[in-house]
Design a protein around this ligand. Structure first.
Ligand SMILES: Nc1ncnc2c1ncn2[C@@H]1O[C@H](COP(=O)(O)OP(=O)(O)OP(=O)(O)O)[C@@H](O)[C@H]1O
Ligand SMILES: [Mg+2]
Length: 310
């Protein structure tokens, strides 16, 4: 048996032991939580600086992970892939690791792609042959929509295959800690968690964090998606207390995101003025390690200067 298989067998054992870990959220003292949060934020900012320096030589692998499904992972993966490529010149490919319910290709209008992740994992194609460049500039490796293409796919070959790519990778994960979710976490170096501001989604995230930690992954932070700023939503403080992970971004509920999806386009390409774009730019800045703000249109600048004078 190869060294690689042994390695992943070890990781699987760790993961099983994690699932037995009892949730001890209530027992965590405020003091410990504060220390952990401060340490994590400091580590993130130190890492960001070093990552920025090493960026050109060492491609990054960032998995977008959630405990619950339908939370916005694919939406975020497409939009970050687009912004990081176009605005931040961080050449990257988004890989659809949700192989049983693949939406990455569909959300960009790609239905018939010759080479998919399925072919790569079955050793029928090399990883770089599977990179498809969408006409907006987003690079993707979609998963196959054909049910038959799922047979004989070994998800745990994912790390080995992605290591062949000399480009930053954004992994659009399947929800939860099933085989696909675990493979994406295992294959990544960094984890970006996504949740909505409700208890079930947040508690599921706590379990994912435990697994990511066991596998020694760097945790970038949490993106709270679909914020409507209603009283019944969990606040960012509450989310941080439950998960012990810093919230680094809040993306508002934005109908323009849904419209962009229907048009099969990244939001910033479809409507640069949409209200959630500022949050997406700010998140992309955090990931890239340097800030780029959305360029305001002539009319937005005019309106702003009018507001300032009133
Ligand atoms: N901020 C937002 N505002 C409005 N709609 C959103 C927002 N984020 C995501 N959506 C919508 O929510 C739906 C689910 O999003 P998406 O497919 O990205 O979730 P997912 O986490 O990838 O789901 P799955 O777990 O099934 O892979 C889509 O219709 C998407 O357009
Ligand atoms: Mg998805």
């Amino acid at each position: 048996m190869s060294i690689l298989k042994n390695f992943y067998r070890k990781n699987k054992a760790k993961v099983e032991s994690v699932s037995k870990t009892k949730c001890k959220i209530d027992n965590i003292s405020k003091y410990n939580l504060h220390r952990k949060k401060t340490k994590m934020l400091k580590q993130n900012s130190d890492d960001e600086t070093s990552v920025k320096k090493e960026f050109k030589s060492e491609p990054r692998k960032i998995a977008i992970v959630s405990g619950k499904g339908g939370i916005g992972k694919t939406t975020l993966a497409i939009n970050l892939g687009y912004l990081l490529n176009k605005e931040f010149k961080m050449d990257n490919v988004v890989v659809d690791c949700n192989m049983t319910t693949p939406h990455l290709g569909v959300n960009l209008g790609l239905y018939n792609v010759d080479i998919t992740l399925n072919h790569i994992l079955k050793d029928e194609s090399r990883a770089e042959e599977g990179i498809f460049e969408h006409n907006t500039g987003v690079k993707v490796i979609p998963s196959s929509l054909k049910l038959t293409d799922l047979s004989e796919v070994d998800m745990f070959k994912l790390p080995e295959k992605l290591d062949d790519l000399n480009i930053n990778v954004i992994l659009d994960s399947a929800p939860g800690l099933g085989r696909e979710g675990l493979a994406a976490i295992s294959a990544a170096d960094e984890i970006l968690f996504v949740t909505q501001p409700y208890t079930t989604a947040v508690v599921d995230l706590y379990r994912c964090r435990k697994v990511a930690e066991k596998l020694d992954k760097k945790i970038i932070g949490i993106v709270v998606n679909n914020r409507k700023n209603k009283n019944h939503e969990l606040t960012n403080d509450e989310i941080e207390k439950i998960t012990e992970i810093p919230v680094i971004s809040s993306i508002p509920y934005d109908m323009e995101i849904e419209r962009a999806l229907v048009k099969k386009l990244p939001l910033s390409f479809y409507n640069p003025k949409a209200k959630s774009n500022d949050a997406l730019y700010s998140l992309a800045s955090t990931i890239a390690g340097f800030e780029i703000k959305r360029k305001k249109t002539f009319f937005e600048n005019l309106l702003n200067s009018f507001r300032r004078t009133v």
